[in-house]
Design a protein around this ligand. Structure first.
Ligand code: UD1
Length: 371
């Protein structure tokens, strides 16, 4: 029996862990222990994803909550060290690039526990992003590297990782997308609006055509001038096509703090709603004319669905979505023109990258079996 601790912390981790938990259950030689660091804790950012994706309740929740990067990382490390000493796992598997990913890898590596990073090797080259620091730290000490695309393999080789430790396994997010897309249809209903009074029937909107938007990167939303600039563009676009915006708590807090909500209230076609659950969100994206985002995961989901994605960032750690998929990196000042191109029917289309086929969890567990 091999004991493996799987770590989750923040919203984008849950759809990566779900298929792995399901697959591990089919292989009795593994004992899986699920640890939630509590980096995200609200039902809408965490709890409901466990229900929708049938992830078993975590065996242990460190309940660290929100704090500065240093505090949050330290709290995760202190809690996770105790877990590792009590559980004595054979492996610790982390996913993605959030603070929980780096913190738990550091703890496990120092306890000489074999560490495994799923989504290894992604690099934006932009060290102003906290996620890039987390990726570099994690991959500097990880033992086994599971990657989602060939560029990630190349990045790791360039950094000196030997190729017997690198396994291109495909994309767990796409496992989850494939498993849930049919179930997701019909999940959209009426949502109360955060900006305007009343509610919207998103199903009606989806049938007539709308854009879906997400923004939460500190570089876009933590600075008042930058956020105001972006808000003005949301207004301009929403004059051309209804925009549904399930808003991340960081962004909503900043909009309120910077006094921008009054302005947003003057845009009749911009629909601000609470963060959606997974099923609602993928259904909304799958029906949208385009996604306008600064998220990492949505670049991948839209590529698989072949829906034009406009990513408002100077770089991406997921370049395969650009060279192969339907994603475009754009500047704030180009958003309106790019939306017009899409509305004229000339949005970018692409291909599905290798192994983004719903079988990544199977590949991973087959490899774990031989470690
Ligand atoms: C984190 C990840 C980011 C990921 C994002 C997805 C890091 C460094 N960042 O950023 O990579 O893309 O999650 O959401 O790990 N909050 C709530 N409820 C929650 C969690 C947070 O209201 O359940 C609020 C808190 O006020 C917090 C703010 O949102 O201060 C930001 O949360 P935080 O976890 O610090 O960073 P994210 O922006 O979510």
């Amino acid at each position: 029996m091999k004991k493996i601790i799987l770590v989750v912390g923040a919203r984008p981790n849950f759809m990566k862990i779900a298929p792995l938990m399901h697959e591990l259950k089919l292989h009795k030689q593994f004992e899986a222990v699920l640890v939630h660091t509590g980096q995200h804790y609200d039902n809408q950012m965490s709890g409901r994803f466990f229900e929708e994706l049938n992830i078993p309740a975590p065996n242990i929740n460190l309940e660290v909550g929100s704090a500065s990067h240093a505090q949050q990382t330290a709290l995760i490390m202190m809690g996770f060290e105790k877990v590792c000493l009590d559980e004595k796992p054979d492996f610790v598997l982390v996913v993605g690039d959030v603070n929980s990913t780096a913190a738990c890898t550091l703890v496990a590596a120092k306890l000489n526990i074999k560490t495994i990073h799923y989504e290894a090797g992604l690099r934006s080259g932009d060290r102003t992003m906290p996620e890039e620091i987390n990726r570099l730290v994690t991959d500097a000490i990880t033992d086994i590297f599971f990657t989602t695309s060939v560029d990630a393999d190349e990045n790791l080789y360039k950094e000196g990782v030997s190729n017997d430790k690198v396994f291109m396994v495909g994309n767990l997010m796409i496992d989850t997308l494939e498993a849930n897309l049919t179930k997701a249809s019909g999940s959209l209903q009426k949502f109360s609006l955060l900006n305007l009074t009343g509610n919207i029937d998103v199903k009606d909107l989806a049938s007539t055509g709308n854009g879906v938007m997400t923004f939460h990167r500190p570089s876009n939303v933590d600075n008042k001038e930058e956020l105001e600039r972006i808000v003005n563009i949301w207004g301009a676009i929403s004059n051309k096509i209804p925009l549904v915006f399930p808003i991340h708590p960081r962004t909503y807090k900043n909009i309120q703090q910077f006094g921008l909500l009054d302005k947003i209230n003057t845009f009749p076609n911009l629909y601000l709603i609470e963060p959606l659950g997974y099923l609602e969100f993928i259904h909304l994206v799958s029906k949208a004319k385009f996604a306008l985002t600064d998220s990492g995961g949505i670049q991948e989901e839209t590529t698989h669905l072949n829906i034009p994605c406009l990513t408002v960032r100077p770089n991406t750690e997921r370049p395969v979505t650009v060279w192969e998929g339907s994603n475009k990196l754009i500047k704030i000042e180009d958003i309106e023109t790019e939306v017009e191109i899409i509305l004229a029917g000339n949005g970018k289309k692409g291909n599905n990258p290798k192994y983004w086929d719903g079988k990544a969890a199977q590949r991973i567990v087959a490899i774990l079996n031989n470690l």
